[in-house]
Design a protein around this ligand. Structure first.
Ligand code: NAG
Ligand code: NAG
Ligand code: NAG
Ligand code: NAG
Ligand code: NAG
Ligand code: NAG
Ligand code: NAG
Ligand code: NAG
Ligand code: NAG
Ligand code: NAG
Length: 767
């Protein structure tokens, strides 16, 4: 069959397999998108404990939106999301900025419909609902609530990047009202819901313009921000505009309602408006800003002007998702697999999120407003692995702004961000390493233009050469409060002690040594792109030598070392992983690692021991690249078997279908790359290692490519092993694809088999 005929068949089969999303009203299902119809935003919300959960919420918003809107079943804080599928009451609809379950909320606003007595307190206002009356999609959400004094409230929501569009239909209720919660008790510190502070905000009500606006300076993670960037002026702002006249209005403070009051300042503060009759429909457009109430109003008028219907808002947001998700078409995937795949795709296009507002942005790094594009929600320690490579492929138009945004952070705060949450909650987070270096270098290597390369070099060079303040006396422990920018804590000892971070001075010392070595490699790659040959050689050398300063030949594992060179013990110095995962953590020099482990055959044995011994923990990032390493030691068929097994046991279309925290898209990026058949093991190498494509065919329409990519792997669903690979007529013998080759598109023709093949698998052939 010709390629053209296969393409036609694929299109046909996709059209035929369109799964009508459960219960989404047809007015909200346009434009047509088979891919969007397969997204289930509930995936990743389940889980037995906070850390067993994917940490995802069924939110509505376009890709990379500043604010995501979600039904609120509980108060969110570090490790707790605002929506939990097993809970049975909804307490409002939250415009949230919490980027990942491990990070805190900031500047949120909550919109609460009600009927009868005005109930501002979270614990009083919850309304029962059933999942049977809930419709969940990326661009439209609705739920029917049982109003407290009787009757029903149909709540519907959609959103643009900076404006939530909510529509409440009151059916047979007593006096309808809508309340805007500005401030609440805020949980600070981790995991102690009783440790509250009371941020002080404001509300202003204008019955003539039908507006309730205000501010909320809540920022749950401020305690782990660097000391030098307290961001004292930080606040979230909001402005809600209604389409119905107010019958009455008022302000509520700490549960006390003052009818007729038009403004208030302080803690536990809300504003509300009541509406004339029952059986009424109220539209509320709720804009947010990090700059001012006036700016929120500008955002409102730009994104959802007066008179726009919810249907139109939802269609626009759906179209934005369709433009992205329709870029991959699958053939040979079951409905469950398509749901898993397209939901993963949806998850990868949420972060970093927009922080600028029509040419301006608030920077917490210097506490002032600047001109330009800005993003936040950078979980670099997770996303440098594969999520960033995925964004480069599928959101290339965003990359210059995302990189430039980090360079602005550098200019305003002195360093590139590590884990930017609204502003620089960077200090002492468990994620070690300055992986912004990798993001910047990868973008430059892959030819992305539109950011300032001189500043980029200055910033990564500083990461690689300047230790943080008080480096010899500050531990920079996990979530340590009251310290400065963590950056490469322990870099002083790298210089002083022949290459490793001293375990008797710093936490997470072995992980740091390995992360910094990789980051040195990224710096050398950027130096190479810029023609700085001396620096390129210097950092390349350091990236190749330093990792092995902590390789203990007596045990065959990486092991932390003290300042004086003695070994610190096999369990010391690792973060979010152990000696098993971290011994494989030299992605920039796998041949060097293989040599340290005694060559391909014994490296493969070591990998077997790792997997068979249950040491691979795919729920956390340090393990993500490991199954691909067999392919780099001439045992590709073993990679193929492991990858399929990991995909099956860690991803599915159920609410528990993510085995680990999504971490701003990295969990999903692993699945997506793996399903297509390759993975960026060393992200700044410009290469992908071949794994095993999951489906019969994938047609990929990269936004920046000359032509479509056709991954043809007939029989793949039941045949995990590769017999041969041909790329546009090139017979591929090494399991490596270059970025250049990928974005050229054309035909990647895999011949698949149900038994292990000799292809790139000399070690295991006949085994
Ligand atoms: C969700 O709520 C249920 C019931 O309250 C609880 O058992 C479960 O641990 C929660 N899930 C998460 C991820 O917090
Ligand atoms: C998982 O959550 C529990 C309960 O909150 C906590 O005690 C434990 O330390 C967490 N484990 C990890 C690995 O974060
Ligand atoms: C509350 O959180 C603050 C900030 O993390 C911390 O200093 C304090 O010890 C915590 N108090 C309790 C009772 O947990
Ligand atoms: C109260 O809030 C309003 C609106 O944000 C603000 O203009 C005013 O300065 C605030 N007053 C005080 C005393 O904080
Ligand atoms: C709210 O009111 C209660 C009494 O109803 C009081 O104990 C509490 O301190 C008040 N909280 C704040 C933050 O004012
Ligand atoms: C830390 O100590 C090392 C010697 O162990 C020294 O070379 C370095 O300058 C010190 N760094 C700082 C920031 O004090
Ligand atoms: C590489 O680094 C080692 C250790 O610092 C040094 O001895 C060696 O001269 C360096 N080699 C090059 C080519 O820079
Ligand atoms: C290194 O320092 C540790 C204490 O931190 C000490 O127990 C050990 O004997 C020292 N080893 C050497 C070789 O000096
Ligand atoms: C080890 O495997 C790599 C990658 O497949 C291959 O290039 C190399 O030649 C192998 N080495 C030996 C000694 O077989
Ligand atoms: C779905 O995936 C989760 C997380 O990996 C797992 O716990 C669950 O058992 C899987 N469910 C099914 C039906 O495979």
């Amino acid at each position: 069959m010709s390629v053209r005929a296969l393409l036609a068949l694929a299109v046909l089969s996709c059209l035929l397999s369109a799964a009508a999303p459960k219960d989404v009203p047809s007015a909200f299902q346009s434009p047509y998108s088979d891919a969007v119809d397969h997204v289930n935003p509930l995936i990743g919300n389940g889980g037995e404990s906070p850390n067993g959960s994917g940490g995802m919420i069924p939110s509505t918003a376009p890709p990379f939106a500043m604010t995501r809107w979600v039904a609120q079943t509980r108060q969110n804080y570090v490790s707790v999301t605002p929506y939990n599928h097993s809970e049975t009451s909804i307490h409002g609809f939250q415009g949230t900025h919490q980027p990942a379950i491990w990070m805190g909320e900031s500047g949120q606003v909550v919109v609460v419909p009600g009927a009868g007595k005005v109930l501002p307190k979270f614990e009083d206002r919850g309304m029962q609902f059933s999942h049977d009356n809930e419709v969940v999609s990326p661009s439209y959400y609705s739920v029917e609530l049982n109003a407290i004094e009787g009757g029903k409230i149909l709540a519907e929501q959609s959103a643009t990047s900076r404006v939530g569009h909510l529509r409440f239909t009151f059916k047979g209720t007593s006096a309808p009202y809508v309340l805007l919660e500005a401030t609440r008790g805020s949980v600070i510190g981790s995991n102690n819901p009783n440790n509250l502070t009371y941020p002080e905000g404001s509300v202003v009500i204008n019955p003539e313009t039908r507006e309730i606006c205000g501010s909320n300076p809540e920022r749950q993670d401020y305690i782990i921000a660097p000391l030098t960037t307290p961001a004292k002026k930080w606040s979230g702002y909001f402005c809600a505009r209604f389409d119905q006249p107010f019958a009455s209005y008022g302000v509520a403070q700490n549960g006390t309602v003052s009818q007729g009051q038009t403004s208030g300042n302080g803690s536990l503060l809300s504003g509300y408006a009541t509406f004339g009759s029952t059986n009424l429909q109220v539209n509320a457009r709720v804009a947010v800003s990090f700059i001012s109430i006036d700016q929120a109003r500008v955002n409102l008028e730009k994104e959802i002007p007066d008179g726009r219907h919810l249907e139109e808002t939802a269609r626009q947001t759906r179209a934005a998702w369709a433009e992205k998700l329709d870029r991959i078409m699958l053939m040979g995937a079951t409905t469950d697999q398509k749901v898993t795949f397209y939901t993963a795709f949806f998850h990868t296009l949420q972060y970093p999120y927009e922080q600028d507002e029509y040419g301006k942005y608030y920077s917490g790094y210097d506490d002032s407003v600047h001109e330009g594009v800005s993003y936040t929600g950078y979980s670099n320690w997770d996303t440098f692995r594969a999520e960033w490579a995925w964004l480069i492929l599928f959101a290339p138009e965003r990359i210059p702004g995302m990189v430039q945004s980090m360079l602005q952070d550098y200019k305003e705060g002195g360093w590139l961000p590590m884990w930017k949450n609204v502003i620089g909650e960077d200090s002492a987070y468990e994620s070690v390493g300055t992986h912004a270096d990798s993001l910047v270098a990868e973008a430059a290597l892959k030819g992305i233009k539109g950011f300032d390369l001189d500043t980029a070099w200055e910033a990564v060079y500083k990461d690689a050469t300047v230790p943080p303040l008080l480096d010899n006396t500050t531990v920079y422990g996990d979530r340590q409060e009251g310290v400065n920018y963590e950056v490469r804590a322990g870099l002083s000892s790298v210089y002083a002690q022949n290459g490793w971070v001293a375990d008797d001075i710093h936490s997470e010392s072995a992980s740091r040594t390995l992360d910094y070595s990789y980051d040195d490699f990224a710096v050398s790659v950027l130096a190479g792109v810029l023609g700085k040959t001396d620096e390129q050689a210097f950092f390349l050398n350091r990236s190749m030598i330093n990792p092995f300063t902590i390789f203990n030949p007596a045990t065959g594992f990486m092991e932390a070392r003290k300042a004086n060179g003695s070994w610190a013990g096999p369990t010391r110095g690792f973060t979010e992983g152990d000696k098993w995962a971290y011994t494989f953590d030299v992605v920039q020099d796998i041949p060097g690692l293989v040599a340290h482990k005694g060559g391909n055959a014994s490296f493969v044995e070591f990998l077997d021991e790792h997997f068979d011994g249950g040491h691979n923990d795919h729920t956390n990032e340090p393990s993500h690249h490991i199954p691909y390493l067999y392919s780099m030691a001439n045992a590709a068929s073993k990679s193929q078997a492991r990858i399929r097994q990991i995909a099956e046991s860690n991803y599915n279309s159920s609410i528990n279908g993510l085995s680990g925290n999504e971490d701003c898209g990295q969990m999903s990026a692993w699945y997506l790359f793996s399903a297509l058949g390759f993975y960026p093991v060393s992200p700044v190498s410009g290469e992908y290692v071949v794994g095993t494509p999951f489906f019969d065919m994938a047609i990929v329409d990269f936004p920046s490519a000359e032509k479509k990519l056709l991954v043809l792997s007939a029989g793949a669903p039941s045949r995990p092993y590769i017999r041969s690979l041909d790329i546009n007529g090139r017979n591929v013998e090494e399991p490596v694809i270059t970025h250049e080759e990928l974005v050229k598109g054309g035909l990647f023709l895999f011949e698949m088999s149900d038994s292990p093949q000799a292809w790139s698998s000399g070690v295991t052939a006949g085994n």
